[in-house]
Design a protein around this ligand. Structure first.
Ligand code: SF4
Length: 384
């Protein structure tokens, strides 16, 4: 699809437009957010409040908050314990396809990159599920790359139906769809939907998403709302930290999640905090403008803003960092991750989407959690 000459605000035919003002509200807040305007006394005042407001959140994400990181961590730890006890959700991701019609400059799966492409047959998908379930997992996240042509709605629906035979919680990270298609996926067995806006800076968004349906900023922005309209239980938010100004992007993610929660009080909200990583076909020199301490600051600010929200910790991060944030602010961790197509029952059928920093298996993650006094939870719900 060649829409590179269209602006990122133009919808493509068949994309559903919903009645919502949340994007305007988030973008106004994003434009107005000047993190350099906050001082140490703003941060101290924020931490003295029982409930963290959006103004407090803005202060907690600012550079002035960096000296307060230990204080933020202590409070985050107590909030996490209050809402989640010592339980940590464990899941594994499975790529069932890697065809993609988008040209995201920072991703090895983009349509201009000459890599091996694959889409698993339903028999192969089931063999992967069988192997993953035999390892003890009850929750799976199914990913496809973003190609409606190669991974059709029907193909994904059937893959979900098979998944519900093996897993009690099924998430999807696929191309955004309309509300009736989310309703179909929910009927087939999906519980939650992850969609990352990558960056809320429209200029950077336009420069980084050169063509394909992902180029349409508002359609992606409203994916979580369409998923909830379609009956999904949970939605996950995130930006690809390091793609643009991470503080402004994290602020927009938090604003987006709070407004969606306000409009859909029943929604289970969660956050992911991926940082940009080197990828196949890239030059290995991706500048990552977010160090670990800053990443931790973002995770802590999310925890304090929404104490009851789930926070996932990505395998893009080192084992050391992941172990440190579990129980402090993160509530969900992946194990045995593969970021090529298939691979859980043998060889992967493609290159990896990005480099993993933590390749530990389920039993290694399980051991680490128990050593920390945490309780690994393989499912936290049943399909409704
Ligand atoms: S980030 Fe997602 S949509 Fe973009 S090229 Fe990679 S797989 Fe495709």
């Amino acid at each position: 699809m060649d829409n590179r000459n269209m602006t990122v605000m133009e919808y493509l035919p068949d994309m559903q437009v919903i009645d919502s003002l949340i994007m305007d509200e988030v973008m106004n807040a994003y434009d107005a957010y000047d993190y350099n305007a906050y001082t140490a006394s703003d941060v101290a005042a924020a931490l003295s409040h029982e409930q963290i407001s959006m103004a407090d959140f803005a202060a907690l994400l600012s550079p002035a908050a960096q000296p307060f990181i230990e204080q933020m961590a202590a409070r985050a730890k107590s909030e996490t314990y209050k809402h989640f006890g010592n339980a940590v959700g464990v899941y594994t991701p499975l790529y069932i396809a890697n065809y993609c019609e988008n040209h995201c400059v920072y991703c090895g799966f983009n349509c201009k990159n000459k890599i091996h492409r694959a889409v698993l047959s339903h028999e192969e998908v089931e063999a992967e599920y069988r192997s993953i379930a035999a390892d003890g997992y009850k929750e799976i996240l199914i990913l496809t790359g973003e190609s409606r042509a190669k991974s059709s709605v029907e193909y994904i629906g059937k893959s979900l139906e098979i998944a519900s035979k093996y897993f009690s919680t099924v998430g999807i990270e696929i191309y955004p769809v309309n509300a009736d298609e989310y309703a179909y996926f929910h009927k087939c067995g999906a519980d939650y939907v992850s969609v990352y806006q990558e960056t809320y800076n429209k200029t950077t968004y336009s420069e980084q998403h050169l063509s394909g349906s992902k180029r349409v900023f508002p359609y992606r922005f409203y994916a979580q709302e369409r998923a909830l309209i379609g009956g999904m239980r949970g939605v996950c938010f995130g930006a690809l930290l390091g793609l643009d100004d991470f503080r402004k992007d994290a602020f927009a993610v938090g604003s987006h999640a709070v407004l969606v929660q306000k409009k859909y009080p029943h929604a289970e909200i969660s956050f992911s905090t991926p940082r940009i990583r080197p990828f196949v076909g890239g030059d290995d020199k991706i500048p990552c403008g977010v160090n670990e301490r800053q990443l931790l600051g973002v995770m802590l600010a999310y925890r304090l803003l929404m104490p009851f929200a789930g926070i996932n910790i990505s395998t893009r991060e080192s084992a050391n960092f992941r172990d440190g944030v579990i129980g402090m602010c993160a509530t969900k961790i992946s194990a045995g991750s593969q970021v090529g197509v298939g691979g859980h029952d043998g060889d992967s059928k493609s290159e990896n989407q990005f480099e993993l920093a933590d390749e530990r298996t389920l039993s290694e993650i399980d051991k680490m959690l128990r050593k920390k006094g945490m309780q690994p939870i393989f499912t936290d719900s049943s399909y409704l």
